[in-house]
Design a protein around this ligand. Structure first.
Ligand code: ATP
Ligand code: MG
Length: 395
């Protein structure tokens, strides 16, 4: 790639045609006014929550399905319209949404939920149980029929256990006035195993399953976004088809489709192209993949990073060689090495994350060993090592 002077860079940006009309609608958290192919799911969720409009409690509900199948979009869509209807009918209800993964802490989640229904907390650190008691008192005092949507609920359960969910599912017993209904959303069904059976049966009073989109459905969803997000005639039909095909190849994932479209649009704009074409989708696919790997590498703990680099350095990828390279690296950085057994466990974890290949091979009378190689581009690893002040000393 040739290097442009800063002046040339600015000139290029100023003179390049813009293709993207509205960036916001191309983001994954955008909820379109029209959700295609989800009428049944919207109806099912709306029916479960509609008793609120008559002053009754809503049943608990669990939404699940693969990533990018529209669970969050449908939940937010129904909440928005339910609130609108309640305002229209002058009925007081309280709806709150929290993504337990982005909230990250149980405490933050409860503050978010409380704030959304109009409750203010003092700044001092209250315990989660105290926060929840205050929320219930508030619901009780104002006689509010309430719904809490807990998105990516599997994260909450895996990280903090199901105590808070247990409290939530029992809250209608504690309330004299008002009610609390729960909507849990997850793309990982294994989390059910982490739940106490009583919590699970209460939470899944009702269930709605979201099926993956077909390639044709993805195409329609993309056409809709292109219309909203791009100027007229700036995206080739063949590019949209390819985008839908890629996003539909593992399971029909609308987020992947929309992400590819946005990144491809950005790539094409930067290039000064007049249209988004198939090759821009291909470049976007690679770029998204690389960004994901880079992010994963960046987040690896120190010793895992060193193990990755030791695998790159080791000649034949046998565990023993990897370990001796690792020892050299720790010596270079003057840090305490961990045991070979611990390194063996890290290797299995890195394998599960898809960062390395570590199949067990039979070595005849020498027994079984692993043949370890990197599953990612070496340059991405070198970059991650270089960027980290804790590891760049080994380069
Ligand atoms: N039926 C649809 N029509 C239009 N856009 C959709 C539709 N379904 C999903 N999308 C869009 O696809 C993206 C991903 O959808 P969403 O966030 O609802 O997926 P999800 O099922 O919650 O996935 P995850 O389990 O990974 O959180 C969003 O940008 C959303 O607006
Ligand atoms: Mg979601």
């Amino acid at each position: 790639m040739c290097l442009l002077s800063i002046d040339e860079i600015f000139n290029k940006i100023v003179s390049s045609r813009s293709l993207i009309k509205d960036r916001a609608v191309l983001r994954a958290d955008y909820v379109p006014d029209k959700l295609l192919f989800r009428n049944n799911e919207i109806t099912a969720v709306a029916e479960v929550l509609s008793p609120l409009l008559k002053g009754y409690r809503a049943s608990n509900l669990l939404l699940y399905g693969k990533p990018g199948t529209g669970k969050t979009a449908v939940a937010r869509y129904v909440l928005k319209h339910l609130q609108r209807k309640a305002n229209e009918l002058n009925i007081k209800i309280a709806l709150a949404y929290s993504n337990t993964k982005t909230a990250n802490r149980e405490y933050t989640m409860l503050v978010e939920l409380g704030n959304s229904i109009g409750l203010k907390f003092p700044f001092t650190g209250l315990a989660s149980s105290e926060l929840f008691t205050r929320i219930l008192n508030y619901i009780n005092n104002y006689n509010l029929n309430t719904v809490f949507v807990l998105d990516e609920i599997d994260f909450l359960v895996k990280r903090y256990g199901d105590e808070i969910l247990y409290q939530m599912t029992r809250s209608n017993e504690r309330l004299e006035n008002g009610s609390l209904g729960l909507v849990g959303i997850s793309n990982d069904l294994n989390f059910k195993e982490f739940l106490d059976p009583r919590v699970l049966s209460s939470l899944s009073e009702e269930e709605v399953v979201f099926a993956p989109y077909s390639v044709n459905e993805l195409k329609e969803i993309l056409l809709e976004r292109v219309e909203l997000g791009f100027y007229k005639d700036t995206v080739n039909t063949s590019a949209i088809n390819l985008c839908a095909a890629i996003a539909g190849s593992e399971h029909g994932d609308a987020r992947r489709a929309v992400d590819l479209l946005r990144v491809a649009g950005e790539v094409a704009e930067r290039e000064g192209a007049v249209k988004v074409e198939e090759r821009h989708i291909r470049i976007a696919e690679k770029k998204i993949e690389q960004d994901k790997v880079t992010e994963t590498l960046r987040r690896l703990p120190l010793h895992e990073k060193l193990v990755m680099y030791s695998i790159l350095l080791a000649d034949n990828g046998i565990t023993g060689d990897v370990y001796s390279k690792y020892l050299e690296l720790t010596k270079k950085l003057s840090i305490e090495p961990v045991t070979q057994r611990r390194i063996g466990m890290m290797i299995s974890e890195l394998d599960m994350q898809g960062l390395i290949y570590a199949p067990i091979i039979n070595k005849g009378r020498h027994g079984r060993t692993k043949k370890i190689t990197l599953a990612i581009q070496h340059s991405l690893l070198k970059q991650a090592i270089e960027e980290d002040p804790l590891t760049n000393g080994i380069l």
